[in-house]
Ligand binder design. Structure first.
Ligand code: KG4
Ligand code: ZN
Length: 364
């Protein structure tokens, strides 16, 4: 089954073509990071207006790279939530238009479930002439088995969910305040490092010397997270060390690097420790990670270190928002016979355990 995936929930306009939920025939993303950088965060109106400009060329490029026409696509999938309403609407309308014009089924996708399904994706497998095709890498449920524990750590969410069988997510933990990515972005702003904060903190932290550890919020007795206290601790440390407000000539790069390292260690320690413990507690056979912060090398290393079950992590480029993960999740819904109706609406507040659309009364 060949699925087109469209993603516009936040600040990336993306589209991809994926075969059977795994093989990426194309994956095209345009980032708006530059547009929002000078504001230190996403400006919703600018985001939706940029999606309007990008969506048609991006979808066209995804089809062209896959060397397919719309007629050869079996279904059209799109993120219906969560995300910014004005951004989601652009992708959803595009998908509805394509489905209406082509007569192909429309399927709304939960963006957070999409982040988990990025771990199923792989590059196209070349078929050498006169030789059998090499096999696809095993899927997580083949190499580990269900249930799988999913850690989705992005700019808007920090969720732990149990994936019991395909498409069946049960949320067991979440952040009570800031998302992990939001904490990276806010800490980076305090350190004068720009937006998005995650990649730049990771880079700067590599040269950071040791410093006093920052506090960790363990939220005992729950699988929840909290990062707002850490953000305040970064503010106090940044003030004490002359990093914030930025002095004339800028802060001492060594002090910034040490603080970046200390911050990253605190986030990675809490997330990796709690995720590994949750996997044991719930009898998970493997841990699947996704979302922008899952690209973080310190978090990946800490998880591998602490987990007693395999950790399946998509390549960093598939951790951040993309269309392929939407098509990958859509395949699992379609396999179960699900379709969305024309009444499919955006769901800005959707959580990881919720269905992305009411079941279609009338299949599209
Ligand atoms: O999943 P994503 O692309 O968008 C959302 O759905 O939110 O995640 C974006 C977030 C941003 O907060 C960004 O700072 C963070 O992911 N991020 C990282 C890294 N790369 C992106 N955080 C830590 N380390 C990274 N290497
Ligand atoms: Zn995302």
């Amino acid at each position: 089954m060949i699925v087109l995936g469209i993603e516009s929930s936040c600040d990336d306009t993306a589209a991809a073509v994926v075969v059977d939920g795994r093989e990426m025939r194309s994956n095209v993303t345009t980032s708006q990071a530059e547009l929002h950088a000078r504001y230190g965060g996403i400006v919703p109106e600018l985001a939706s207006r940029s999606h309007i400009q990008q969506i048609v060329p991006v979808v066209r490029a995804a089809l062209a790279e896959a060397d397919l026409t719309l007629r050869e696509i079996d279904a059209i999938s799109v993120t219906s939530g969560p995300g910014l309403a004005g951004s989601l609407i652009v992708g959803l309308n595009m998908a509805k238009g394509l489905a209406a014009a082509s007569g192909k089924p429309l399927i709304g996708v939960n963006h957070l479930q999409g982040h988990a399904y990025a771990a199923w994706l792989h590059e196209p497998i070349p078929v050498p002439a006169l030789q059998p095709a090499s096999p696809a890498p095993p899927a997580p449920e083949e190499s580990c088995g269900f249930p799988l524990l999913c850690l989705v750590v992005s700019g808007g969410h920090t969720d732990l969910a149990l994936l019991k069988s395909h498409g069946e997510f049960e949320r067991i933990g979440r952040t009570r305040d800031d998302a992990a990515g939001e904490a990276f972005d806010k800490a980076a702003r305090l350190m004068g490092l720009g937006y998005p904060g995650g990649p730049v903190i990771q880079q700067v932290a590599e040269n950071g010397g040791p410093s006093d550890p920052l506090p960790r919020a363990w939220m005992p007795g729950t699988w929840d997270f909290s990062f707002s206290g850490l953000k305040t601790a970064v503010l106090h440390r940044a003030r004490a060390e002359g990093i914030y407000p930025p002095p004339d000539g800028g802060p001492d790069p060594e002090a910034v690097a040490a603080l970046a390292r200390s911050f990253q260690e605190a986030v990675a320690d809490v997330i990796a420790t709690k995720t590994a413990r949750a996997a044991e507690e719930f009898g998970a056979r493997g841990i699947v990670i996704g979302g922008g912060v899952a690209a973080n090398s310190a978090l990946r290393a800490a998880l591998r270190d602490r987990s007693s079950v395999p950790v399946i992590s998509p390549p960093p480029a598939l951790c951040t928002d993309n269309g392929a993960m939407i098509a990958a999740a859509a395949y699992r819904y379609l396999e179960r016979g699900e379709r969305s109706g024309w009444d499919l609406d955006v769901m800005p507040g959707l959580t990881i355990g919720e269905a992305p659309s009411a079941p279609a009364a009338t299949a599209s």
